[in-house]
Design a protein around this ligand. Structure first.
Ligand code: GDP
Ligand code: MG
Length: 455
């Protein structure tokens, strides 16, 4: 996320770190460079100016905290000011009010990620807050959009209110509210037609839906790839519909940072969630602190720990720990379950990105890591018999050949996997409590990288 911005900022700030005193001159040079970097990352000009002013105000003429070099002091100031311009230290949680159901309206341009975000948010509310959630589409312009919500809801076990093209968007919304309140749903998430342009015609249906459901939250969903302009589009929407918050999507892509940095200052609306991938779990509560820590490479252990808790299978991990404690040997069933857990966390490169001290150096490491390898490793294991998975030692000559043939790989790949299995086994047998966390530590210390290198 914001890799270029992050690397360049760190380069500049690290330079300051290595000198022992700050003068007006070198603060000026550094800040000039920081200004350039932010502008090139597409951060809106007024936001950049206000950022630089605040940093100057904090830095010049103030006594720096004891124990910090002036450079470290400056990094600390940059850290606090960046957080401030992105909305402050506190996360802006969803407001569900006390009406049942709590109606939440999602609006935004076509393709911004509304439908996907509704499903992600529904899952988030269901899993993290134990809410009974219903979703409905009022997108009568794009029947495919309705179908999309329906099929996503179905595969994620989220209740879906069937919409009919015979009704207007506002009628559908009204029916959904009735059905939700009769059936004690706690939250109703309403998808709307996406506009291509913002004009009165396009907006009128959405405004009608808004007045029928009286949403407690009207969330503006916007694609981070459109940069600082996203904040202007939000402002335009806000003129017709009072927005209560923003969901910034596609932060996993190569957006440069403009949207995330500019949104709060330009619109005055809080970013509540960010979309960081296409799959259902890839929605995070927006935390300026976490983002700035990531950008300034202070690590992101918090979200990594959340990932581990949410996406890995705790029961499976505990089973494995108990098994190893009892002295049972680690086998290919266990290896497979570890690979699956890593994959469900987004693969090795995503995990690395969140480790402290990594983003700065991880480009090179990442070039050497191939997440597809996880999938290939799984397919080799799938070609093994139960016997072979339980007793990997028996895998020799002709068995190797058969497995390679079954998985569509070379014999050398099977040999390599067996070696990786042995390495993992050695590591796993040393770990006897919270295995996933320790595994992260090992990843960080570079011990596991060699296992996932490309050929
Ligand atoms: P809508 O027209 O606003 O409903 O947009 P959709 O929900 O249909 O999303 C448009 C495309 O963006 C789809 O291909 C989604 O998979 C993709 N998308 C949505 N959110 C994200 C995200 O956070 N990251 C990535 N990489 N893709 C996303
Ligand atoms: Mg849609």
């Amino acid at each position: 996320m914001f890799k270029t911005l992050s690397n360049r900022l760190l380069d500049v700030l690290y330079k300051v770190k290595s000198i022992n005193y700050l003068t007006d001159g070198n603060i000026k040079d550094t800040l000039d460079e920081v200004r350039k970097i932010l502008l090139e990352a597409d951060v809106a000009l007024p936001v950049v100016c206000s950022f630089i002013d605040q940093v100057k105000k904090e830095a010049i003429g103030k006594k720096l905290q004891k124990g910090l070099t002036p450079g470290q002091g400056l990094i600390k100031i940059v850290y606090h000011v960046l957080i401030k311009i992105m909305g402050g230290e506190y996360n802006h949680n969803l407001n569900l009010g006390n009406k049942l159901p709590a109606p939440i309206l999602m609006v935004g341009l076509q393709g911004s990620g509304k439908t996907t975000s509704i499903i992600k948010l529904a899952k988030f509310l269901q899993q993290k807050q134990n809410k009974k959630v219903l979703v409905v589409s009022t997108d009568t312009f794009r029947p495919a959009g309705m179908e999309q919500l329906k099929s996503l809801a179905l595969s994620a076990s989220i209740d879906f209110f069937p919409s009919s093209l015979d009704f207007s968007p506002s009628k559908i919304a009204e029916l959904a509210v009735n059905m939700a309140s009769i059936n004690f749903y706690e939250v109703l998430l309403v998808d709307t037609p996406g506009c291509i342009h913002i004009d009165q015609d396009n907006m009128s249906d959405i405004i009608k839906v808004h007045s029928v459901i009286c949403p407690i939250e009207t969330l503006f969903v916007v694609d981070a790839m459109i940069g600082q302009d996203s904040a202007n589009v939000a402002n335009l929407f806000n003129k017709s519909l009072p927005l209560t918050g923003i969901i910034l999507t596609k932060l996993d892509g190569d957006s440069r940072g403009g949207a995330a940095f500019s949104m709060h200052q330009i619109t005055g609306k809080p970013i509540k969630f960010v979309g960081v991938g296409e799959s259902i779990h890839e929605l995070e509560l927006f935390s300026p602190v976490r983002l700035v820590k990531r950008i300034l490479d202070m690590g992101d252990m918090l979200s990594l720990i959340e990932d581990i808790e949410n996406k890995t299978n705790r029961i499976e991990t505990e089973r494995l720990i108990n098994k190893l404690k009892k002295g049972d040997s680690f086998n290919f069933f266990d290896f497979m379950s570890q690979l699956k857990q890593m994959r469900s966390m987004g693969g090795i490169s995503k995990i690395i990105n969140k480790l402290p001290g990594f983003s700065h150096i991880s480009n090179k490491i990442q070039e050497n890591i191939d997440d597809k390898l996880l999938i290939r490793m799984e397919s080799i294991i799938n070609s093994m018999t139960i016997q072979e998975r339980l007793y990997p030692k028996i895998i020799k000559g002709s068995r190797k050949q058969r497995i390679a043939l079954g998985a569509g790989v070379y014999i050398q790949d099977v040999t390599k996997l067996l070696k990786q299995f042995d390495d993992m086994k050695k590591i796993m047998e040393k770990i006897n409590d919270n295995s996933m966390l320790k595994m992260m530590e090992l990843l960080r210390n570079n011990k596991l990288f060699s296992m996932f290198k490309k050929h």
